[in-house]
Design a protein around this ligand. Structure first.
Ligand code: APR
Ligand code: ZN
Length: 248
């Protein structure tokens, strides 16, 4: 076990003493599950890429082949498993210490780890929907079509192009974002894990919470106002916080 630094011990006390603690996570919580994040220098998926030009409805309509070629890069998420950080957040929820996880991630690892209250504010990889009639279909059906060379995949009902239900650049955020904003504003502690906090409007959520604990390998725009700032790997830091909690 990592010796509880004063930051770890303070984070554990803040969580144990909180009345409404929420977690806000990003791709950095899943890198220890083997999934690259987006902006880490040298390994981030968006290195040398303008994601807004590739992953938008306009890009899908303009060049569906290119869009799906890019989108299929997310397929690697299918084999990933939750890591220690996901597990600790699920246990904190189970202990009644974290009310919910607000995540920017589409990898589904929080639910796989056992978290039940998860707000996927950038969508998910479970379903796809028709651009025209909005019919919803399981992601497996979309991937079957793409694997059979049907690019772009088509709606079984009206034949129009189908898109994944991840939030694409230029999309409005899903309804669950309103709940994420409400919960952030009611939180006395927000535990931020593995996000650069650079993509709005999610990047505005930490400003709503009363106090911040930030676990991130790099600087974030909120570091100065955070009560606790832990620059360590999410699995190590959350594991140490868990070990430092006054267990019931
Ligand atoms: N432990 C702690 N922090 C980590 C780890 C780790 N093991 N691995 C990476 N990080 C940190 C990085 O230093 C980086 O600051 O996690 C952060 C990840 O930031 P981004 O790559 O920008 O990912 P994220 O903040 O989730 O991006 C937000 O951008 O492109 C959109 O929709 C996409 O949801 C995504 C959004
Ligand atoms: Zn349709």
């Amino acid at each position: 076990m990592t010796e509880p630094s004063s930051q770890i011990a303070l984070a554990a006390r803040m969580i144990a003493g909180s009345t409404r603690c929420v977690a806000l996570t990003g791709a950095g919580i899943s890198t220890e599950s083997g999934l690259p994040d987006f902006r880490s220098p040298g390994t981030g998926l968006w290195e040398g890429v303008d994601p807004a030009a590739e992953l938008s409805v306009a890009a899908l309509r303009r060049d569906p082949e290119r869009f799906y070629q890019f989108f299929l890069g997310f397929r690697r998420m299918a084999g990933a498993v939750p890591n220690r950080a996901h597990e600790v957040l699920a246990r904190l929820e189970h202990e009644g210490l974290v009310r919910m996880v607000i995540t920017q991630n589409i990898d589904g690892l929080h639910a796989l780890a056992g978290s039940r209250q998860v707000l996927e504010v950038h969508g998910h990889l479970q379903t796809a929907s028709c651009l025209d009639c909005r019919r919803s279909l399981p992601m497996s059906e979309l991937l079957d079509q793409v694997d059979d060379g049907v690019v772009p995949p088509r709606c079984p009902q009206c034949g129009e192009v189908v898109r994944p239900d991840v939030v694409l650049f230029g999309d409005p955020l899903p309804e669950c974002f309103a709940a994420a904003r409400t919960e952030s504003a009611r939180a006395d502690v927000m535990l931020v894990v593995g996000t650069s906090l650079t993509v709005w409007p999610v990047a505005g959520l930490p400003a709503l919470a009363r106090s911040l604990i930030i676990v991130n390998l790099e600087d974030t725009p909120y570091d100065r106002q955070a009560v606790v700032r832990i620059r360590d790997r999410a699995g190590v830091a959350l594991g140490a916080i868990w070990e430092s909690l006054p267990h019931r």
